[in-house]
Design a protein around this ligand. Structure first.
Ligand code: HEC
Ligand code: HEC
Ligand code: HEC
Length: 125
């Protein structure tokens, strides 16, 4: 006879370990954050799937462009231009950092350090 008690105990521990990140987070991983999207605007800087997955990359490129190459104009894939500014462009449409950026970041436990320097309200460049 196999020691089924030990096998079951082993399985239970295994399942607890592999699902730990989910229940430790109170199951939050399966619920979408209720972030607020701009109502008066239909399009973001680039297409939505790219923004969702790569906005950090885009911001990084913007920063490099502004700080190193002093170029502040970004032309998107459709040829529309934007001023490369975290506060004055992104937060112009996404007017509440708290209801948009933070909702998603908090939910995913991402803490960008940008706001130590960058303003969250429109104002100074
Ligand atoms: C012209 C207005 C406008 C600007 C400027 C803008 N956004 Fe958006 N953004 C939108 C809209 C509208 C949506 C929702 C689009 C949709 O649902 O199809 C969106 C969606 C997003 C999403 C995806 C959200 C999700 O639920 O997956 C991210 C991330 C995002 N924007 C980040 C940024 C960042 C970062 C910047 C600055 C680099 C920026 N946006 C600039 C209007 C804008
Ligand atoms: C739909 C969810 C979502 C929204 C909305 C969102 N982000 Fe993010 N953001 C993420 C995820 C996921 C990451 C982490 C990606 C990684 O770790 O590779 C991230 C990472 C970042 C980073 C890089 C942080 C780091 O330390 O590497 C920056 C900067 C950033 N987001 C800015 C913004 C800004 C500004 C807004 C609002 C205009 C915004 N995000 C809205 C999901 C979102
Ligand atoms: C230590 C302070 C500091 C921190 C932290 C910081 N920045 Fe900046 N950033 C600056 C300065 C200074 C400039 C240049 C301002 C200018 O020339 O308009 C700049 C410029 C930029 C620009 C282009 C101009 C603008 O007004 O938006 C972007 C985009 C940008 N940073 C993104 C980021 C992102 C994304 C993060 C976080 C991952 C971040 N920065 C963190 C200081 C900082």
């Amino acid at each position: 006879m196999y020691d089924s008690g030990k096998i079951i105990a082993g399985l239970v521990i295994f399942i607890i370990l592999i699902t730990f990140p989910f229940w430790y987070n109170h199951g939050k991983a399966s619920i979408a954050p209720d972030r607020v999207l701009p109502k008066d605007q239909k399009e973001c800087v680039e297409e939505i799937s790219y923004m969702t997955s790569s906005h950090m990359q885009l911001l990084n490129d913007w920063r490099t462009s502004v700080v190193r190459d002093t170029n502040r104009i970004y032309k998107n894939k459709k040829g529309k231009t934007f001023s490369m500014s975290l506060t004055n462009t992104c937060l112009d449409c996404h007017s509440s950092k708290a209801d948009f950026c933070d909702k998603c970041h908090n939910y995913l436990a991402v803490v960008p350090y940008c706001w130590e320097c960058h303003l969250t309200e429109k104002g100074n460049p």
